[in-house]
Design a protein around this ligand. Structure first.
Ligand code: FES
Ligand SMILES: [Fe+2]
Length: 308
């Protein structure tokens, strides 16, 4: 999206479930203009990410095989160590940092100085599970702006604001929206949410480096989170992948709790799908509301983001 910050911000990007990459498997992924392969060592079980095209003569390494803890290129069968070295030849494959976090497999685009470690999200004490992906023909900025659009909480999500929302920018890499709402919809998910939390929903949405959004909420005694990764596609759209989590209470994480958290999350997001279809998003035409002001501040935040 021209003029609204980097097309692929320096960030961690979620590629899928960590256990979806089995020992000995190779997967191809695209993050904007970056073609990447991830593979898992047969003996060590360690995941590794490389630039997708072989440094020797450009073969796509998804055509290769994992042999032990090395990747063998499909074209000339040269062996590449997990650190990117081609044995003693001096040739080197570009490697990217990989992390397994909250049940997801993540790859970092950009340097460590611009992208904090995932552990700094502070999600210890939560049980988490991968919640799937959804493709949108929209740039990441439009989708993140939708998440931060406090005005649409009422119109689309049927949430009444119980207090004025606040927006705070922290340095250049993080911006936080806080709100207190009550569900007023008649759907099952809204009624369950209202039942669990009679004093409403305390929400906090943080964008980290633009293309990652952490939604924390407290409903009654229950704290949940949704961690969304906005992965740019080669065609200019976005694949949104999510992880949902719920706070471990008395050590009681059950699969049922996970499924309920994932279901409520999806019910919330599905309300966006209809209005996002055909959206030609732009900044507010004028500043008529607090929501308009926040969206303009968010756009300034996008413009100041570090590039990869
Ligand atoms: S292109 Fe990969 S070994 Fe030759
Ligand atoms: Fe929304």
């Amino acid at each position: 999206m021209i003029g609204l910050g980097p097309a692929v911000p320096a960030n961690w990007y979620l590629l899928g479930r960590a256990d979806g990459l089995r020992r000995g498997a190779v997967q191809a992924h695209t993050i904007g203009t970056h073609d990447v392969v991830v593979w898992r060592g047969q003996k060590s079980g360690t995941p590794t990410a490389f630039a997708a095209h072989c440094a020797h003569m450009g073969c796509h390494l998804a055509r290769g095989d994992v042999i032990g803890d090395r990747l063998r290129c499909g074209l000339h069968h040269r062996m590449i160590d997990a650190d990117g070295n081609f044995g003693a030849s001096g040739l080197r494959q570009a490697a990217l940092p990989v992390a397994e976090y909250c049940g997801g497999l993540w790859v970092r685009i950009g340097g460590a100085e611009a992208v904090p470690p995932l552990e700094e999200l502070g999600l210890e004490g939560f049980a988490a599970c991968y919640a799937g992906e959804h493709h949108f023909p929209l740039p990441w900025q439009a989708l993140v702006a939708n998440g931060f659009d406090s005005e649409h909480l009422a119109s689309v999500h049927e949430r009444r604001l119980l207090a004025p929302p606040t927006l705070d920018c922290h340095e250049t890499t993080s911006i936080v929206l806080r709100y207190h709402t009550r569900p007023i919809g008649k759907g099952l998910a809204d009624r369950i949410t209202a039942l669990i939390g009679p004093d409403g929903i305390h929400g906090e949405i943080t964008s980290r480096n633009g293309a990652m959004m952490l939604v924390r909420s407290r409903v009654g005694q229950r704290r949940n989170f949704i961690l969304l990764s906005f992965v740019p596609t080669a065609a200019g759209g976005t694949c949104v992948r999510g992880i949902v989590g719920t706070e471990l209470m008395r050590g009681s994480w059950t699969q049922l709790q996970g499924r309920i958290a994932a279901r409520l999350f999806k019910a919330f997001l599905y309300k966006d799908l209809a209005v996002l279809e055909g959206l030609a998003w732009h900044e507010p035409a004028q500043e008529d509301s607090v929501g308009d002001r926040f969206t303009r501040e968010l756009c300034d935040f996008f413009r100041g983001l570090p590039h990869e």
